[in-house]
Design a binder for this molecule. Structure first.
Ligand SMILES: Cc1cc2nc3c(=O)[nH]c(=O)nc-3n(C[C@H](O)[C@H](O)[C@H](O)COP(=O)(O)OP(=O)(O)OC[C@H]3O[C@@H](n4cnc5c(N)ncnc54)[C@H](O)[C@@H]3O)c2cc1C
Length: 428
């Protein structure tokens, strides 16, 4: 009888279809021995926490799937902190914290796992509470060299080496270690006022410029697919912010389909992506996403949006899209030396999604070329990269990694040679 080829049932449709060498479900002594002796072949080992990116698996590679065995969430009432294991999704984290009237700056989807936190973690609440990595207190895991570790956020007494290790793990962990658990700071949970609408390009440019002057409790996201869908999130911290929100809402474009309502957690945010094309987009489409970073657009917003309109008109697949999240606020007050997210002056994180029919290589190439063209046209205004997804299998992987880490790269490479000398984890 033929042996079944191992696959992994993950949210990412492309990763789901890879034929794997095999799957490990836990970090046990025999896996540690394979890692230490460099006998885990082929390398690198792919690590899966939420399984929402294409690189939680790879054709003919081993995946370490942490989703079943690493599910613990423990809330520490004395400190309002939470310890989560690596298989916890952001939805599970928020549901647990809600019971304690606490919250965490999760992103636009609850389906992501701790890969969201480890790669930076940009939330609609980041302008008030920082990136997800800014809220980590302790990290436990296994280095690529097989040694187990626990490390805490540095303080004044910490050595330079400790500070470097912390900085590396906060934003570049996938290259150095398998993270098994995180202790996180939590925030008081407040209701959130949401405004959503469909805008034309001129209205979008106007709103982008306006949002650049918004207070920290407000944040804009938009996604351009068939339509330009926008959503603005306003955290109702107290009666003063509630009044401020009323004034901001008054200034928003009065379009026909605009809606505003209050949600209890970010899990109830509207889905910005268009998916009413009459068939299950999920099942038939593959995609790759590139996140870029840049400062305020100001009046250049009109020129940028015009260019985006022409690029959107040329998109090779109906599901290709250009979207953006707002940063700035508290996120930019944190020193770029404390984490691997060095683009602290960023105000916008646009992300470009190339999409194509599954297994259609011609369309795949066309879509990826389009992604590169959009990237090139936005580079002058968004020179940074947010490495939320790894793309070792694509030609621009090196360029994107350099743009993510710039002058921090040589130190990361030194740490890689010490903590993952045999290249067990993805290369940097
Ligand atoms: C619907 C959706 C919405 C999103 N919204 C946002 C958003 O608002 N803000 C934002 O910043 N990002 C957002 N992202 C991007 C997302 O956060 C990243 O793609 C993230 O890497 C996904 O992590 P994961 O655990 O779900 O995926 P996985 O595919 O399991 O992991 C992603 C990467 O992280 C590495 N990794 C995972 N777990 C570990 C671990 N335990 N130890 C070491 N390395 C590990 C893996 O090597 C892998 O390459 C979104 C993605 C999706 C699909």
């Amino acid at each position: 009888m033929e042996k079944a080829i191992p696959k992994i049932l993950v949210p990412n449709t492309q990763a789901r279809n890879f034929n794997l060498a095999g799957v490990h479900n836990e970090i046990n002594p025999s896996l540690i021995t394979l890692i230490k002796e460099g006998k885990l072949n082929p390398k690198p080992l792919m690590v899966c926490s939420g399984g929402t990116s294409t690189r939680c698996a790879s054709e003919n590679h081993w995946t370490l799937d942490l989703r079943d065995q690493y599910k613990s969430i423990k809330f520490d009432h004395s400190k309002n902190e939470v310890v989560i294991e690596a298989g916890v999704t952001m939805k599970e984290l928020i549901l647990k914290l809600s019971k304690e009237k606490r919250t965490f700056p999760i992103g636009l989807s609850g389906s992501t796992g701790i890969g969201y936190i480890l790669t930076g973690g940009i939330s609609p609440l980041s302008r008030s509470y920082g990136l997800a990595i800014d809220n980590i207190i302790d990290i436990k895991g296994v280095w690529g060299n097989g040694n187990i570790f626990k490390i805490s956020k540095p303080n004044l007494k910490s050595s330079i080496d400790e500070k470097f290790l912390w900085r590396a793990l906060c934003g570049a962990a996938p290259f150095l270690a398998i993270i098994t658990s995180l202790r996180l700071k939590t925030q008081s949970k407040n209701s959130i006022y949401v405004w959503e609408s469909v805008l034309n390009p001129m209205q979008l440019a106007d709103l982008i410029i306006r949002a650049e002057d918004w207070p920290h409790y407000a944040s804009l996201s938009w996604s351009w697919q068939k339509y330009i869908k926008v959503s603005a999130v306003f955290e109702i911290k107290d009666s003063k912010t509630a009044k401020g929100i009323d004034l901001l809402i008054d200034e928003l474009p009065k379009t026909k389909g605009s809606k505003s309502y209050i949600i209890s957690t970010l899990l109830d945010l509207p889905n910005l992506n268009y998916s009413d094309s009459g068939f299950s987009v999920e099942r038939k489409k593959y995609s790759e996403v590139l996140g870029i970073l840049g400062n305020k657009w100001g009046n250049k917003a009109y020129e940028v949006v015009n260019k985006l309109e022409s690029l959107m008109n040329q998109r090779p697949d109906i599901c290709c899209s250009i979207s953006a999240q707002q940063l700035g606020g508290y996120t930019s007050t944190i020193s770029k030396e404390t984490t691997s997210f060095i683009h602290r002056d960023s105000v916008w994180k646009p992300w470009i999604t190339a999409s194509w029919e599954a297994e259609d290589h011609f369309s795949k190439n066309k879509s990826l070329e389009w992604l590169e063209e959009v990237w090139k046209s936005m580079e002058p205004i968004c020179p940074g990269v947010h490495l939320a997804q790894l793309h070792h299998h694509l030609s621009w992987h090196k360029k994107e990694t350099n743009a993510a880490f710039n002058d921090w790269m040589p130190t990361l490479q030194k740490l890689k040679s010490k903590y993952d000398p045999k290249g067990i984890l993805p290369s940097i």
